[in-house]
Write a protein that binds this ligand. Structure first.
Ligand code: C5P
Length: 402
């Protein structure tokens, strides 16, 4: 990823204790980070911890003879490719909205020409207060970006909206804000997770897919500036920043959602583990053993589900279509046959018999299988990295008008 410069402004809320984790996440993404603090921020987070993690001097004072000598505050404002305010208290939002410049943080915010991303954190009633609402509206109107706040238990004892977004989510928003935008103007559809095929009102057939690979593919496309629709099977993963999510349960619902979006899509990536079969009938009530003769079990009749990938690949005028194949034996040969049968442009094959790859893992060892027999074997990579390599390939196909 590009080497970008993030100026992280920390204000004095309890959520500041999560900022060291945010600094680590930003550094892990390859960004250079410098931290500036309001005076009260240092009550909640150690400047020394931030200094150690960011590898840069932390500043809190506007008039600091020594540090101004190193890099004056206007140079610091100009240095940033992006300014992140996390946590942003109600007070900092108010000062930003009114253009005050009464400390280092607000002066930098007024002086910078870089985009600003804000992660508010405060008591639920302060967030809901008309004064804060008006300040947020006014900042949004000026193009300030927001991430969060989330809902949940708050440090003050109240429950509701006001929790700072998690560091990983803020880091994702930073990637979006700084993204290379190589997919800007493109619409993509990504499917993720398994499907759940109901037998009756309480039971279902499903599979072990976690959805992590598809969510990483969707997140990476959004980071590159695409408009992303994520058709997601059941699962508890958080929606990546900048992604429109459509929740579905069954293969038939997934098919419907995909084909509703497909006509306007430049690319479809089917990372979902779609059930090949569903129960022929769905009982209206729970199937009860008491209704059967002693020791008897019902026979399960299954029917085939439509193959969404194969059907999408055959649609005239379709964009780039990518499939996934989870195999446990003869992985590459099986993937090659699958690619031909389905008619997609690229098949991502993974060996699900490996413990360090595939279902529920954060890493994946995949091969890109191309029509005509070419195969690219990738090393064990994080799912985010696999997603990045995948979009590099799809971008080439899009560029060549595939
Ligand atoms: O045939 P198999 O299930 O191994 O193929 C896997 C690929 O096909 C994946 O991309 C999956 O999303 C897609 N698929 C589909 N509809 C099905 C079954 C699989 O689109 N009914």
């Amino acid at each position: 990823m590009d080497h970008r410069r993030v100026l992280l402004a920390v204000s004095g809320g309890i959520a500041a204790y999560k900022v060291p984790e945010l600094v680590r996440a930003l550094r892990a993404d390859g960004h250079e980070v410098r931290c500036v603090l309001t005076r009260s921020a240092a009550e909640f987070v150690s400047p020394l911890a931030l200094q150690t993690l960011s590898g840069s001097r932390v500043r809190a004072e506007l008039f600091d003879a020594e540090q101004e000598g190193e890099i004056d505050h206007i140079a610091l404002a100009d240095w940033a490719d992006l300014v992140v305010v996390a946590p942003a208290t109600a007070h900092v939002l108010a000062r930003m909205a009114h253009g005050l410049a009464d400390d280092l943080v607000t002066t930098l915010l007024l002086a910078t020409r870089a985009p600003v991303l804000v992660a508010p954190a405060m008591n639920v009633n302060m967030w809901a207060h008309p004064a804060t609402r008006a300040n947020v509206e006014s900042l949004r109107g000026r193009g300030v970006l927001f991430v969060g706040p989330a809902s949940g238990p708050l440090a003050c004892g109240w429950e509701g909206e006001g929790r700072m977004a998690e560091p990983a989510e803020i880091a994702a928003s930073v990637r979006l804000a700084l993204g290379p935008a190589s997919l800007a103007g493109r619409r993509v559809v990504v499917t993720a997770g398994g499907t759940r095929e109901p037998l009756d009102t309480v039971r279902a057939l499903t599979n072990r897919s976690s959805g992590k690979m598809g969510f990483a593919v969707a997140a990476e496309a959004a980071r590159r500036g695409a408009e992303v629709v994520l058709v997601a099977g059941p699962g508890g993963l958080a929606t990546p920043a900048g992604v429109r999510r459509l929740d579905v349960e069954t293969a038939l619902e997934m098919r419907e959602a995909v084909f509703a979006e497909l006509p306007r899509a430049d690319a479809l990536v089917m990372a979902a583990a779609v059930a090949d079969f569903r129960p022929a009938e769905r009982a209206e009530h729970k199937i009860k053993k008491e209704d059967l003769p002693e020791d008897a079990a019902p026979t399960l009749a299954l029917v085939r589900n439509p193959d969404i990938l194969a059907e999408a690949s055959r649609r005239p005028g379709r964009g780039v279509v990518v499939g996934f194949a989870a195999e446990s034996r003869d992985v590459l040969a099986a993937a090659q046959r699958k690619l031909e049968r389905k008619g997609c442009d690229l098949l991502v094959a993974n060996d699900v018999s490996r413990a360090d790859a595939g279902f529920d893992s954060d890493s994946n060892a995949v091969s890109f299988v191309w029509p005509g027999g070419d195969v690219e074997e990738l090393p064990l990579l994080s799912k985010s990295e696999v997603a990045a390599r995948l979009w590099d390939r799809v971008e080439k196909l899009l560029g060549s008008g595939a």
